[in-house]
Structure formats: C-alpha cells, structure tokens
Design a protein around this ligand. Structure first.
Ligand SMILES: [Zn+2]
Length: 215
C-alpha cells in the first residue's frame, strides 16, 4: 500500500503539479471556488473528475449519503454545517450541488432498516433523519422492485437535503438575492450519467447524456 501511495505522490509531483504549477502558485494564498459540492463519501464519487474541475474550482463536503442537517436538527452535524456556512458566507459560492448516487450504501441501509446496524451505532444514529424517507417509500411504493425503491430513496434523499438547505436563513437570503442557486443531482456510477432535479416537474432528468443524444 505504501508503495502505491508513494507512486501516486510521485506522479502528482512530476505530472499533475507540473501541469498546474502556475495555477498552484496563484492559489497558494487564496481560493475562489464558485461551487460547493455536497456528495457522498463513497469512493466512487469523485467530484473533481465528475465536474472536470481544476484545483481551486470546487469546495467539497462529503459524508455518508450526502446529507445536510435540517435547521431543527442542526446540532446533529456541525462538520457539514460549518463547511456550508464557510462556503456560503465567506467564499460566497454561487452554486450548491447536493449529489446523490446509484447504489448508495447509506441510502440502502436507511431503506432496509437502521435496526440492522447494531454493529455500527454511530452510523445507525447518523442515518436516523432518513427514516422519514423510508416510511414514505414503504407507504407509497410497496409494489415497486427493490431497485426502484433504492433509486427512489436516493432521489428522495437528495430532495430532502435541498429542502434542509432552504431552511437556513443565511442560505435563503442568498437565494432570494439571486446570488446563489441550489441543485440536486443523482450520479449513476455504472452509466456515467448525471441527472438533476427539476423542481417544477418534480423529477430527475439528465443534464447531458451520451446515451440519449439530443439533436
Ligand atoms: Zn453513498
């Protein structure tokens, strides 16, 4: 493992750093990212790769199942909240993206029941706010396949986090000013597709699609 890490660092210094050397010098004392990306910690979700972003472009927060605490439960996750506060009030990002993804383990655990997480007491507690989404699916989608339910959970979870963001005055004020927008995405890992939540249509549609080209 250590050899692999060394090779990675060597590659960074010899290639990536060289390629962006001027940019790294410019970024040495300041950052001006325009996007706050709130994604899942899942190793398959790489914001910079997904966005084709360069160093300094994206302020990133990642946690299990890309969650944001509701205003009423804000003390549950000060790590995420302080990151959002800094990005919005200090860095003045122009867009917040909440990005869910396919085959999300956090969403899956919440959907199948947190009581099965007896060996993971912290995770069990952390996922408690997702219970309300599981109940919604159990009530309205009893006949759906497990794949469809998993997808519903991942999508509902993103929408729920957007709603939570809008509960904070410091975020809503910026949205009202027209200086901040918030987007909900679901990234399909196997297909390489990203869908965005349409607030009017109440569904997710592809942003760009290599599978369904438009003319
Ligand atoms: Zn996940």
């Amino acid at each position: 493992m250590i050899e692999r890490i060394k090779r990675g660092l060597e590659y960074f210094q010899m290639n990536t750093y060289k390629e962006y050397e001027t940019l790294y010098h410019d970024l040495e004392l300041q950052q001006h990212p325009e996007i706050l990306f709130i994604g899942c910690s899942d190793s398959r979700v790489s914001p910079e790769i997904l966005l084709g972003a360069e160093p300094g472009d994206v302020f990133v927060l990642r946690n299990i199942a890309n969650t944001v605490p509701s205003f009423d439960a804000r003390t549950r996750d000060m790590t995420t909240l302080s990151g959002i506060e800094y990005a919005v009030l200090v860095l003045k990002v122009e867009m917040i993206i909440v990005c869910g993804h396919s085959n999300c383990g956090g969403c899956s655990a919440a959907l199948t029941g947190r009581e099965k997480l007896a060996q993971l007491p912290y995770t069990k507690d952390y996922l408690q706010p997702l219970d309300i989404l599981r109940e919604k699916i159990e009530k309205n989608a009893t006949d759906e396949t497990s794949d469809t339910k998993a997808r519903m959970m991942e999508e509902l979870n993103v929408v729920e986090q957007l709603n939570h963001l809008k509960e904070y005055p410091f975020i809503n004020d910026r949205i009202a000013e027209g200086t901040l927008s918030i987007k909900g995405w679901r990234y399909d890992i196997g297909e390489g597709e990203v869908e965005t939540y349409d607030e009017e249509l109440k569904n997710f549609t592809p942003i760009v699609s290599h599978l369904k080209p438009t003319d």
